[in-house]
Ligand binder design. Structure first.
Ligand SMILES: Cc1cc2nc3c(=O)[nH]c(=O)nc-3n(C[C@H](O)[C@H](O)[C@H](O)COP(=O)(O)OP(=O)(O)OC[C@H]3O[C@@H](n4cnc5c(N)ncnc54)[C@H](O)[C@@H]3O)c2cc1C
Length: 120
């Protein structure tokens, strides 16, 4: 993965390996890019998603959440660092965000993060 975050993680793993130490666990992959006035932040890897939910907060602020088999796998945000952090934290904790409630933009995204609840 061609990103600054991945380059830093690879350096850390190489250093641990050279020192014969247990490498630290891999973090959630993330990426950012400033495109003019737009700050794009990506957490996770959306390849292979089978569903997505768009949370639109205005003309230049939005979040796209990606799911596979009902589980959150990634999120892209534009001009919304808080939602980016919520997605990153959810992925790090292996939590999800119910896609049915994710469309409700009146609720902060971090309040929607939780473990997968299956109903049988
Ligand atoms: C145009 C562009 C835009 C990008 N935008 C983003 C972005 O928005 N967000 C993001 O996360 N990632 C972005 N990336 C990717 C990111 O820059 C790279 O993944 C990251 O810099 C890789 O880090 P690195 O330390 O492995 O290599 P580099 O950053 O390439 O560092 C390698 C260093 O080694 C030096 N070097 C090479 N050969 C020798 C040698 N023989 N002796 C001594 N020194 C040497 C080079 O001069 C260089 O300073 C972008 C990449 C490009 C090209």
């Amino acid at each position: 993965m061609e990103s600054v975050n991945n380059a830093v993680e690879q350096g850390r793993i190489a250093a641990h390996t050279l020192l014969d130490r247990e490498p630290p666990p891999r973090g959630v992959p993330w990426f950012w890019s400033n495109q003019g006035a737009l700050k794009i932040q990506i957490a996770g890897v959306s390849d292979g998603h089978d569903r997505y939910v768009v949370r639109r907060h205005g003309a230049d602020r939005l979040t796209v959440l990606y799911y596979r088999d009902g589980l959150l796998i990634a999120g892209d945000t534009v001009n919304d660092p808080r939602e980016h952090m919520a997605v990153k934290r959810a992925l790090a904790q292996r939590y999800t965000i119910d896609p049915k409630v994710a469309q409700d933009t009146s609720a902060p995204l971090r309040s929607l993060v939780g473990p997968l609840v299956t109903t049988s």
